[in-house]
Write a protein that binds this ligand. Structure first.
Ligand SMILES: *[C@@H]1O[C@H](CO)[C@@H](O)[C@H](O)[C@H]1NC(C)=O
Ligand SMILES: *[C@@H]1O[C@H](CO)[C@@H](O)[C@H](O)[C@H]1NC(C)=O
Ligand SMILES: *[C@@H]1O[C@H](CO)[C@@H](O)[C@H](O)[C@H]1NC(C)=O
Ligand SMILES: *[C@@H]1O[C@H](CO)[C@@H](O)[C@H](O)[C@H]1NC(C)=O
Ligand SMILES: *[C@@H]1O[C@H](CO)[C@@H](O)[C@H](O)[C@H]1NC(C)=O
Length: 675
C-alpha cells in the first residue's frame, strides 16, 4: 500500500513539474553560439553575427560605430507580481586592437525599446545622446563593462563594472573583480584583455546582482554588485527588451558576445556549454616598430657572428687545405686527408718529431684503425711529375716484403707532400751507428740487418712486377722494427723502371758517397743500387759514413780506406771500435770484401743483388779478387772534386731536365743524412 501511495505521489509530482516547465516555455533561451540566432535577434549598426562560428560582433574596431543586439520578443511584467525575476549568463570579450588604446566597453541592456537611432556612437555606449543621458524617459537599465575612465560620468577607473539607470552615471560600480570560491578572496580581472569573460545578472526580490568572472570559473558565491532596484519606477511601460549595446568613438576595440543564456527564473537558467562557444579572432599585431638602434645592434651582432664563423671556416679551410686533382681519384684509398694526419700527429707537435732530414721532417702519429704511423712532410714546389710520383707512391704501397717499411699512403698540400708509412719503433739504423745516445749494435745484429736489407733490395730488383730501384740506400734510410729487423724505408727517392728503358737526367739522385760514379753520366740501374748497398755495408761495419769531410784525407774516402787496409792485410783496422772483439773475423772479412766488390767503379763488374744475397748468406763463396783487381777500392776523384766545390754542378747539364725528375734533382743531393 505504502509503495503504491509513493508511486502515486511521484506521478502527481512529475505531472506538476512538466506543467511548470511548459509554463516556462518562451520564458528563456540559450545560445552557445549565435549562428542560428539571426531570426531571434534585432541587430543594428555595426552589429552582426560572424559566420560560420556564430560569434556576435557588436562593433568592428572602426571609429564612430555602434551596434545593438536585442532579443526581439519583449518580456512583460506585472508590477503587482512581487516575484518577477530574471537571470542571465553571458560570455563576452573585449579585444583590444593592436596599437589602439581600447574602446569604451560593452553594456547588457534592459530597455523599453530597441530604437537607438538617436544615440551617439561615442562615449555613451550606444545608449544615449548628450541630451537623453540622465533623462528618465529613456526607460533603460544597463550593466556596463566600462574600459574608459570618463570624468563626465564620475567613473571610478578604466576597468569597472557599473549599474546604470537612465544614465551613464552609474548608481553602483566597482572595479572589475570576482570572489574566488576556491581562494576565498577577491581577484581582479582585466576587462580589455581579449580573453572571454563571464557575466551573470540576476534580478529577484527587487535585488539586482551582477557577477563577473573569467571563463571556466565556477560562478562566484558573492556578487560584485548588488543593488535594490524598483523596476516599476524605471519601466512604467512594463515592457522589457533584453540585449547588448556597444559603441566606439575615437577609442576602439573589438566587442564580442560569444554565448548567452537567459531565463525568467534563476533555477531554470540553462548553463552555457563552453566547448561550443565560437572562437575569438585575435587580430594579428602589426609588426611592432623595432627601435632602429636595436635593429642596427642586432645586424651588427649578426655580422660579427658571420665574420667570426667565416673566419673560422676560412681558417679551418686553410689549415686543412689540400691539393687534389681529378687524376688522383683512382688513388683514393691511398689518399689521407690532411685533417686526419693533423689530428694523428697532434698538429705536427714538436714532441712527436722523429727526425729532420734534407727532405723535410718526420712526425710520429696515431691513426684510428691503422695504428702508429710516421708522417714525412716533404717540401715540393713542382707540379710536374707529381702524377707519376703519386702513382709510384701508390705502387710502393703494394710492395710487400718483411724487410720493407710499408708505405700506407700520401696527402698533398700546396708546396707540401705528406708520406704516411708504418711507424718503426726502434728508429733508423744511423742513430745506432753514429749517435752515442743509442747503444752500439753487436756484430750479429749488424750482420742480420745487412742480410735483411740485401733481401729487401733483391726483392725490389726482381721480386715485384716491375724493377724497382731504391736510389737512396744508406743507414738513415734503414729502419729497425721492434724486433730489430732491418727494414728498408724512404721510398721518397725510389723510382722504378723497366730494364732497357733509358731515362737520362736521373743521375743526380742520391746521397754523396753512396752514388755510383757513373751516375754523373749514365742512367740509374740496379747496379747503382748495388754500389750504394756496398757503401752501406762498409758503413755498418766501420761505423762511419762513406764520405766524411771531417776525417783526414787519407781515410776520408771509406772505400779507398778499406781497400788500403786490405792491401796492408789489416782489414780489422777499418772495423768499428764499438764492436769490441765480439765478432767473427771471418764474417767481417767476407762482408768488407763484398762491400768492395759491390763498389767496383765499373758497373758491369758489380754482382747482382741475387748474388749479393747468396754471398752474404754464405751460400756462395766470394769470387777471387784482390785489392789491386781492376775497379776495386777506387774513389771517383771527379765526384769528390765536385762534391766539395759545388753542389749544383752535379746537376747534369747536358740533358734537359725531364719533368718527372725535376723535383728531385734540385733537392736530392745530400751529405750524410743532412744532420
Ligand atoms: C565596420 O563596419 C562598418 C559598417 O558598419 C564598415 O563601414 C566598416 O568598413 C567596417 N570596418 C571594418 C574595419 O571592418
Ligand atoms: C537626442 O535624442 C533625442 C531623441 O531620443 C532627440 O530628440 C535629440 O535631438 C537628440 N539630441 C542630439 C544632440 O542628437
Ligand atoms: C543577490 O545577492 C545577495 C547577496 O549575495 C543574495 O542574498 C541574493 O539572493 C541575490 N539575489 C539574486 C536575485 O541573485
Ligand atoms: C516601486 O515604485 C512604484 C512607483 O513609484 C511604487 O508604487 C512602489 O511602491 C515601489 N515598490 C517598492 C518595493 O518600493
Ligand atoms: C726497440 O723497440 C722495442 C719495442 O718497441 C723496445 O722495447 C726497445 O726498448 C727498443 N730498443 C731500443 C734500443 O730502443
Amino acid at each position: 500500500m505504502a509503495a503504491q501511495g509513493l508511486h502515486l505521489f511521484f506521478l502527481i509530482f512529475f505531472n506538476h513539474l512538466i506543467f511548470l516547465l511548459s509554463q516556462q516555455e518562451g520564458a528563456g533561451f540559450i545560445y552557445n553560439d549565435f549562428s542560428q540566432a539571426q531570426a531571434d535577434l534585432h541587430l543594428d549598426g555595426a552589429a552582426k553575427i560572424l559566420l560560420p562560428g556564430g560569434l556576435l560582433q557588436l562593433t568592428n574596431a572602426s571609429t564612430q560605430q555602434m551596434g545593438h543586439a536585442f532579443f526581439k520578443k519583449p518580456f512583460e511584467f506585472d508590477p503587482s507580481d512581487k516575484k518577477f525575476s530574471f537571470s542571465t549568463h553571458f560570455v563576452c570579450a573585449l579585444v583590444p586592437k593592436p596599437g589602439a588604446d581600447g574602446g569604451h566597453g560593452i553594456a547588457f541592456v534592459v530597455s523599453s525599446s530597441v530604437d537607438f537611432t538617436q544615440a551617439d556612437p561615442t562615449q555613451y555606449l550606444g545608449l544615449f545622446n548628450i541630451s537623453t543621458n540622465g533623462s528618465p524617459s529613456s526607460q533603460l537599465l544597463a550593466i556596463e563593462l566600462d574600459t574608459v575612465q570618463s570624468a563626465e560620468f564620475d567613473d571610478i577607473d578604466k576597468n569597472h563594472v557599473g549599474i546604470d539607470i537612465n544614465s551613464l552615471n552609474s548608481v553602483e560600480s566597482a572595479s572589475a573583480s570576482y570572489f574566488s570560491n576556491t581562494k576565498g578572496k577577491k581577484q581582479s580581472i582585466k576587462l580589455l584583455s581579449g580573453e572571454p569573460l563571464q557575466v551573470w545578472v540576476d534580478y529577484g526580490g527587487s535585488l539586482l546582482n551582477v557577477t563577473v568572472a573569467p571563463l571556466r570559473i565556477q560562478k562566484p558565491y558573492h556578487p560584485l554588485l548588488s543593488r535594490s532596484i524598483n523596476l516599476t519606477e524605471i519601466f512604467p511601460d512594463r515592457r522589457l527588451f533584453f540585449g547588448f549595446s556597444a559603441a566606439t568613438g575615437s577609442l576602439i576595440s573589438y566587442q564580442y558576445i560569444l554565448g548567452w543564456s537567459f531565463s525568467r527564473s534563476r533555477v531554470m537558467l540553462q548553463s552555457l556549454d563552453f566547448s561550443k562557444l565560437p572562437q575569438i579572432p585575435h587580430p594579428r599585431a602589426k609588426k611592432e616598430q623595432a627601435s632602429p638602434l636595436l635593429v642596427v645592434l642586432l645586424l651588427l651582432l649578426l655580422l660579427i657572428m658571420l665574420v667570426a664563423l667565416g673566419g673560422i671556416y676560412l681558417y679551418r679551410r686553410k689549415k686543412y687545405a689540400e691539393v687534389r686533382e681529378a687524376w688522383e681519384k683512382e688513388y683514393g684509398p691511398h689518399r689521407f686527408s690532411y685533417k686526419s694526419l693533423y689530428k694523428a700527429t697532434k698538429g705536427f707537435d714538436r714532441d712527436g718529431r722523429l727526425g729532420k732530414g734534407g727532405f723535410g721532417e718526420v712526425y710520429r702519429g696515431n691513426l684510428p684503425h691503422v695504428g702508429a704511423i710516421a708522417v714525412k712532410r716533404v717540401c715540393h714546389d713542382a707540379k710536374q711529375g707529381m702524377k707519376q710520383f703519386v702513382a709510384e707512391v701508390v705502387t710502393m704501397g703494394s710492395l710487400k716484403h718483411r724487410n720493407l717499411v710499408p708505405l700506407l699512403g700520401y696527402c698533398r698540400r700546396k708546396g707540401e707532400l705528406l708520406l704516411v708509412s708504418e711507424y718503426m719503433s726502434n728508429g733508423s739504423l744511423d742513430q745506432y751507428l753514429f749517435h752515442r745516445k743509442k747503444p752500439a749494435l753487436s756484430w750479429p745484429q749488424r750482420f742480420a740487418v745487412l742480410k735483411d736489407i740485401a733481401s729487401a733490395l733483391h726483392y725490389l730488383h726482381t721480386g715485384a712486377n716491375q724493377v724497382v730501384l731504391h736510389r737512396d740506400i744508406k743507414a738513415s734510410n734503414v729502419m729497425l722494427d721492434s724486433d730489430f729487423n732491418g727494414r728498408l724505408g724512404d721510398f721518397g727517392m725510389a723510382r722504378f723502371e723497366d730494364y732497357g728503358d733509358s731515362l737520362p737526367a736521373t743521375a743526380a739522385v742520391g746521397t754523396m758517397g753512396y752514388m755510383a760514379p757513373e751516375l754523373t753520366t749514365m742512367r740509374t740501374s740496379t747496379r747503382t743500387d748495388v754500389y750504394a748497398f756496398g757503401a752501406f755495408m762498409l758503413e755498418v761495419i766501420c761505423g762511419r759514413r762513406p764520405l766524411d769531410p771531417k776525417i783526414p784525407a787519407e781515410k776520408r774516402h771509406l772505400i779507398k780506406w778499406v781497400c788500403d787496409c786490405w792491401r796492408k792485410d789489416s782489414l780489422v783496422d777499418a772495423v768499428d771500435t764499438r764492436l769490441g772483439l765480439e765478432y767473427s773475423e771471418e764474417e767481417i772479412d767476407m762482408v768488407l770484401k763484398l762491400g768492395l766488390l759491390c763498389t767496383n767503379i765499373v758497373a758491369e763488374s758489380r754482382p747482382s743483388m741475387e748474388h749479393v744475397v747468396q754471398y752474404i748468406n754464405q751460400n756462395l763463396p766470394l769470387p777471387d779478387f784482390s785489392p789491386d783487381s781492376p775497379g776495386i777500392g777506387v774513389s771517383s776523384p771527379v765526384l769528390l772534386e765536385t762534391a766539395f766545390t759545388s753542389r749544383s754542378s752535379l746537376e747534369p747539364s747536358a740533358s734537359p731536365p725531364s719533368p718527372h725528375n725535376s723535383m728531385f734533382v734540385t733537392h736530392t743531393i745530400t751529405y750524410g743524412d743532412g744532420r
